[in-house]
Design a protein around this ligand. Structure first.
Ligand SMILES: O=C[C@H](O)COP(=O)(O)O
Length: 244
């Protein structure tokens, strides 16, 4: 049985003080039966780590360089994140892919993260146009396959299915449909890791709909954007998930 992961992606929101206050307010989030993760902006990571010290809440970053330390202006290396006690790193988010990140870069970033001892969360998902087409499942399988190319420790990967049209729109995927498509993606993974890899759902998740997703056989948690910025709502998501 895969343990649920409830991940909050703060995206480019909050100033440092607000992020620290949000982390403080999450100290009593229920981590008994689910894993909980917050991914603040890079600039907040150290302060958020201090605010969460002594809790079981995992710390994440929202991106990482495909390179190791060196002359790469503006980039953040996986080793730097590990030095800040970061546990997970999100890669291949559609908001990064939308700025030109391709599958091969996503795979390199995930490999760098693993080399530094971080656990990558690799996002995949389709546009509304692809969603409505016959190519949907093939598109998703190919995207995942290419985003995992060359990665050795596949059992340490988490995947996150985020239909682009459901992100920040209030339009969630149908839970049964998300479960079915995630099941098909799972079935296409290396049989040695199929049963181990966690696959999350992301896209307009809130406390009132999370249970419907995590109750499904193939959905091992959620990647939450907007609703992770309100401590009470994020704690309610973790609570609802743990009772689902
Ligand atoms: O990383 C999180 C996802 O993009 C979902 O964002 P959202 O919950 O605001 O729709």
């Amino acid at each position: 049985m895969r343990r649920l992961l409830i991940a909050g992606n703060w995206k480019m929101n909050t100033n440092v003080g607000e992020g620290e206050a949000l982390a403080e307010a999450l100290r009593d989030v229920d981590t008994n039966s689910v894993d909980v993760l917050v991914a603040p902006p890079f600039t907040h990571i150290d302060r958020v780590a201090r605010a969460l010290k002594g809790t079981e809440v995992f710390l994440g970053a929202q991106n990482v360089s495909e390179d190791t330390c060196g002359a790469h202006t503006g980039e953040i290396a996986a080793e730097m994140l590990a030095d800040l006690s970061v546990d997970y790193v999100i890669v291949g988010h559609s908001e990064c892919r939308g700025r030109g990140e391709v599958d091969a870069t996503v795979a390199k970033k995930a490999a760098r993260a693993l080399d530094a001892g971080l656990l990558p969360i690799i996002c995949f998902g389709e546009s509304e146009e692809v969603y409505g087409s016959k190519e949907r499942v093939d598109f998703l399988k190919k995207q995942v396959e290419a985003s995992l190319a060359g990665i050795k420790d596949l059992d340490k990967i988490t995947l996150a299915y985020e239909p682009i049209w459901a992100i920040g729109t209030g339009k969630t995927a149908d839970a049964a449909d998300a479960d079915a498509v995630i099941g098909q993606v799972r079935a296409a993974l290396d049989p040695a890791i199929q049963g181990k890899v966690r696959i999350l759902y992301g896209g307009s998740v809130k406390s009132s709909n999370v249970a419907g997703f995590v109750a499904k056989e193939n959905i091992d948690g959620v990647l939450v954007g907007g609703a992770s910025l309100k401590a009470d709502e994020f704690k309610a998501i973790a609570r609802e998930a743990s009772h689902a």
